[in-house]
Design a protein around this ligand. Structure first.
Ligand code: FPP
Length: 258
């Protein structure tokens, strides 16, 4: 465990701890199409990559992993693909709880879950309940999530408090807004990874990624294995995070992940 720029601890090298990794898992569809398979086969293969990345996070003592599984915009996909993705989430939630318990993983789903079927909502709640005491990795699955939605729902809660008279508008500052976002109790992501070649944040954790190091790879998500994850962590270890300070004020860590 090492000290980070804000004085708190995390895994990784002395000045480059990785406490929170956020990933946009892109490229499932193309991976399947390249093999003449239906797109859904790519999503299923993507679940294997999720397991591999979790394994590295556990080995490296990373505290939080947030995965973008379904954006607010993904409802625009063909009905059949959306429905098969929902089936995959249902079966993954059921099948993975045992594995999460065995590995001390706590599950949390962030996003507007009210749009999901009752069955899926129930299974999400069950999995969260069953794993809530686990202290190892926090696995956050962003589902029907959007960064703008997150900021808007925080603003709505604050407006309600102002309306009720429990909050004065002058009290609204960055930390108050941050404390009403979906993953308020977690540190902001240190590292953001997007597979699949696009170089966009695509409405993922917009507020939280203000100072996050961005890593883009053309590798498709189902091909993202342990080595690829370690490559991303090594790249991060070579970055100098300044948080507004000068390079001279901050000594950059260079300890690679072996
Ligand atoms: C983006 O690839 C991927 C998704 C929208 C779904 C991600 C879901 C998984 C990896 C399954 C794992 C689920 C859990 C429970 C964590 P794409 O379809 O946009 O790929 P493309 O850009 O090649 O079309």
């Amino acid at each position: 465990m090492n000290e980070r720029a804000d004085g708190t601890e995390g895994a990784g090298s002395t000045s480059q701890p990785v406490r929170h990794v956020a990933i946009i898992m892109d490229g499932n569809g193309r991976w399947a199409e390249q093999r003449g398979l239906p797109r859904h086969a790519g999503h299923r293969a993507g679940l294997e990559s999720v397991r591999r990345v979790i394994e590295v996070c556990l080995q490296e003592g990373i505290h939080t992993l947030t995965l973008f599984a379904f954006s607010s915009e993904n409802w625009r996909r063909p009905k059949k693909e959306v429905s098969l993705l929902m089936d995959l989430f249902l079966s993954a939630l059921q099948g993975e709880v045992k594995r999460m318990q065995a590995n001390d993983i706590r599950l949390r789903v962030i996003g507007d879950r009210s749009a999901f079927s009752r069955k899926l909502q129930g299974r999400i709640t069950d999995a969260e309940q069953q794993t809530r005491a686990n202290q190892g990795l926090l696995l956050q699955i962003a589902a029907n999530y959007g960064g703008r939605w997150d900021i808007a729902q925080a603003a709505r809660k604050l407006c309600e408090q102002v309306r009720d008279g429990s909050l004065a508008p002058e009290q609204v500052d960055e930390s108050l807004i941050a404390s009403h976002l979906s993953c308020a109790d977690q540190p902001d992501p240190d590292l953001f990874i997007r597979t699949g070649g696009e170089r966009r944040i695509s409405n993922f954790l917009l507020w939280q990624c203000a100072y996050t190091e961005l890593y883009f790879t053309s590798r498709l998500w189902p091909d993202f294995d342990q080595d690829a994850m370690r490559e991303a962590l090594n790249d991060y270890a070579g970055r100098q995070r300044r948080f507004g300070k000068t390079g001279a004020q901050v000594k950059g860590g260079r300890t690679p992940v072996s």
